[in-house]
Design a protein around this ligand. Structure first.
Ligand SMILES: [Zn+2]
Length: 136
């Protein structure tokens, strides 16, 4: 049997708990009883892994092939957390303010280096000349 938390098979018996065999995992030190079995036989860890794969853009059929979980089961899990995590991909796409500042600093120092090697060309200069000619 496996640890339901970390799937380690290094498990030792840890006495009885309310008449049921208690086990302790050598790997993560968590305890669980013999009959511990999540609904449908899938562990919470497996569920989380499948959902992470889904959030990373892997299709239901792809997850089914890798994890051996039927795709209808994965769809029901996604529906379960859908209300809790409605906009996860969009939130990831928005950079934080600190990152923006760093980006601007990077662009600023880069353009300074460019100016050092190339003669400065300013767009406003041409515009001024044109309006100057029109007035004459
Ligand atoms: Zn464990």
């Amino acid at each position: 049997m496996q640890c339901p938390y970390c799937e380690s098979t290094e498990i030792r018996k840890n006495g009885k708990w309310r008449g049921k065999q208690n086990h302790i995992c050598n790997n993560c030190e968590r305890q669980f009883i013999d009959v511990y079995d999540p609904p449908k036989g899938y562990s919470e860890k497996l569920k989380q892994e499948c959902l992470k794969m889904y959030l990373n853009g892997i299709g239901f059929r792809g997850i089914e092939q890798v994890k051996g979980v039927h795709h209808t089961t994965i769809i029901s899990w996604v529906k379960q957390i859908g209300e809790k995590l409605p906009d996860v991909p969009e939130e990831d796409a928005i950079p934080e303010v600190g990152e923006l500042d760093e980006l601007e600093t990077f662009i600023g120092s880069k353009s300074e280096k460019l100016r050092a090697g190339v003669p400065p060309v300013e767009q406003t200069f041409q515009d001024k000349t044109k309006s100057g000619c029109g007035q004459q």
